[in-house]
Design a protein around this ligand. Structure first.
Ligand code: ADP
Ligand code: MG
Length: 663
């Protein structure tokens, strides 16, 4: 039974809604912070100006009259008294309010004065006298769950007096005069004044950074104590020969990255390198060369990807790139049967594979390597601190290479990855065309279908990112199946359409992906599982439904699935052309530009891929806005670690334990 059901007001139904927005425990619930606050300001007006907006206290002075213009349009009209004036109020499409508006009732109205009609045109009516200065909090919701409901659940949970650990050490709470954790949580959800809200934010931001910096710093400490790496004798000519055998010439940035890695691997200090390059810049081949170098010196390589689909694809790509070598490539996925896993694990242990590709299964299962020399983590931002740590510690002293398409601005990168070396791939392989991005509204679907038809007529393939949300436990495939039917009909049943989502079995995923790669299916309807890494060159169009629900980083990653060839590619975002994020997408294909915009618009935004990432998504802190606090927390963590004060905290001990257990 979910512990959430113990919270007053939460039943099976609301539990489901809460789960969809990632709330699975009471702790998740109370840490689900509002994304915005409004402060009500009440106007006291003596003379109205035409077209100006006001928020007023008023008393209802007449019964409301309801008029229905048509099925969709209605109005309520009534008289009010406000600040010694009597006037008419009209509000559209709130027929349901009629029974609640009682004579003599105190209400708060927001709207504009229309001098022409001598009427107050309300956009909002609150059925109470809202005090000036009241702060209201607003949460990201899902359909079925209202702001009021969620607020009530959080309020009830906070009143259960559960034990919540304050992760800021007592001496620092004193030093900075922070309020205590319980109070901070109460204020963050229900601030009574701006001052309390500010204090609550400060405390929680600091705490979040402090905990984050602790993990990073602790890991650095552990890693430092194992600084020496393997000493390798590498035949450079063999490496060059391999590079010449590749189907394309490396870009100059790729060559530089390969050289960095070569230097690291032939030196005697452990490699700890981040390979940064925008989507489609060609990081995979660099990692393959790295594993080739590693293999020349007789060691095994582990390559981790964040999703099974990506791991399977890497497996295929890597195998074909290594075709002319005698490197044996293995695949290990979480969805393999127990038996399959055992067989592969045994072979890894015996050294039957030189390069093993996998997902989390590579670390979460009891995988023992014969002689692991290099660990490569693709889409690094998708893995939590813990997971990175654990794989790192599998071998004795493996070198590590991280790959990420998240262009973190340099200052932040230095703070977060202070101990890492970074290689950048800035230029994309030659011959790539800019992807054209356009916004279409739901009403313009016929346009979208005809654009799709053009593309199909040219024998190209199309991704459709479905309106289906992946995280929910039970997938309701109706919308997707409807979409499939609609498209089949639109294209006279002449195209084959595949459906891909995270809940498919491994075999089914493979089948769906395979037939898209081979060009047997022309359209792939998918959830965001295709977000990272997937590489099908012949796909030249992507249609993203409900594009507004995604952050910029996700949209950029998704779009990166197309434009992988010299063909013209188009990305169609379905949503409102007034949406700022969607507009940014139409302006540029450059990940750095998009990240900068994301920073400008909303702090670091969902830069780190909020949905799946472990360590990099902050709940309340913003890398950009609160950078000074981050630096302070980083300083404070140093003392905290050297004094061993962390031993007094359950959460920090747990973290350390989790590293030790796989060490
Ligand atoms: P990402 O950096 O996003 O992981 P990939 O490694 O998937 O990018 O590479 C994107 C595509 O570019 C792949 O199809 C790959 O084969 C191709 N590619 C990589 N390097 C080059 C190059 N130097 N010249 C031409 N194509 C390249
Ligand atoms: Mg990649």
């Amino acid at each position: 039974m979910s512990e959430l059901l113990k919270v007053k007001g939460i039943g099976e139904k609301s539990l489901k809604y809460l789960n969809t927005i990632g709330i699975n425990t009471i702790e998740d619930l109370i840490n689900y912070y509002p994304y915005k606050y409004t402060v009500s300001k009440i106007d006291e007006v003596t003379t109205f100006e035409d077209g100006k907006s006001y928020t007023l206290h008023a008393i209802i002075d007449s019964y409301p009259t309801l008029r229905r213009f048509n099925a969709k349009m209605n109005s309520l009209t009534f008289r009010v008294g406000s600040n010694k004036k009597v006037f008419k109020v009209i509000i559209f499409n709130r027929a349901y309010l009629k029974q609640n508006l009682k004579l003599g009732m105190d209400i708060t109205i927001t709207g504009k004065w229309s001098a022409n009609n001598n009427t107050f045109v309300a956009s909002d009516i609150k059925l109470e006298k809202i005090p000036s200065g009241r702060i209201d909090s607003y949460y990201h919701l899902t359909s079925g769950l209202s702001n009021t409901m969620l607020k009530k659940y959080i309020f009830n949970a906070l009143n259960m007096n559960i034990d919540i650990e304050d992760r800021v050490p007592e001496y620092l709470n004193k030093k900075y005069k922070f309020i205590d954790k319980n109070k901070a949580l109460k204020y963050i959800h229900n601030p009574i004044s701006a001052r309390e809200l500010k204090m609550a934010k400060l405390k929680l931001i600091y705490e979040e950074f402090f905990e984050f910096m602790f993990k990073i710093s602790y890991l650095k400490k552990v890693n430092k104590s194992k600084k020496e790496g393997y000493i390798r004798q590498i035949d450079k000519e063999k490496v060059n020969e391999f590079i010449r055998s590749l189907p394309f010439e490396l870009t100059s940035d790729q060559v530089k990255a390969v050289n960095d890695i070569y230097e690291d691997l032939s030196g005697n200090i452990r490699m700890n390198r981040m390979l940064e390059g925008d989507v489609g810049s060609g990081k995979t081949v660099v990692s393959v060369i790295a594993s080739y170098i590693n293999n020349l010196s007789g060691y095994q390589t582990a390559l981790m990807a964040p999703t099974e689909i990506l791991a399977m694809q890497h497996y295929n790509t890597v195998k074909s790139l290594l075709f002319n070598t005698n490197i044996r490539v293995g695949l290990l996925l979480g969805s393999f049967t127990k038996k399959e896993k055992e067989v592969i694990q045994e072979e890894i242990k015996l050294g039957k594979y030189d390069l093993v590709i996998g997902t989390h299964a590579l670390i979460s299962e009891a995988v023992e390597f014969k002689n692991l020399g290099l660990v490569i983590t693709d889409e690094q931002h998708r893995f939590g601190v813990n997971q990175r740590a654990s794989l790192k510690n599998k071998g004795l002293l493996p070198d590590t290479l991280y790959m990420s398409a998240t262009p973190i601005p340099r200052t932040y990168a230095l703070t977060l990855y202070g101990d890492m070396d970074i290689s950048y791939i800035k230029t994309k392989p030659a011959g790539r065309k800019e992807i054209k991005t356009i916004i279409k509204s739901e009403k313009e679907i016929t346009d979208v279908l005809s654009l799709m038809k053009n593309e199909l007529d040219n024998n190209h393939q199309i991704y459709v990112v479905s309106p289906l949300i992946e995280e929910s436990d039970t997938l309701d495939l109706t919308t997707v199946n409807e979409l499939k039917t609609k498209m089949s009909v639109a294209f006279n049943n002449k195209v084959k359409i595949g459906i891909l989502h995270g809940k498919l079995s491994k075999a089914d995923k493979e089948k769906v992906m395979d037939s898209f790669v081979k060009g047997e299916t022309q359209i792939l309807i998918s959830t965001t599982v295709i977000e990272v890494g997937v590489d099908v060159k012949n796909a030249t169009m992507m249609v993203i439904y409900d594009a507004e629900r995604f952050g910029l980083a996700t949209l950029h990653q998704l779009r990166g699935r197309i434009g992988r060839n010299s063909f013209d590619s188009t990305c169609i975002l379905i949503g409102s052309n007034k949406n700022k994020r969607l507009q940014v997408m139409t302006e540029s294909n450059d990940g750095f530009y998009i990240t900068e915009k994301d920073f400008e618009m909303r702090g670091e935004g969902d830069l780190f891929g909020v949905k799946q990432s472990g360590d990099m998504s902050f709940k309340i802190a913003s890398l950009k806005e609160d950078y000074k606090i981050l630096l302070q927390a980083k300083e404070d963590v140093k003392d905290f670690i050297s004094s061993k004060d962390y031993l007094n905290y359950e959460s920090y001990n747990k973290f350390i334990e989790s590293i030790r257990s796989i060490d």
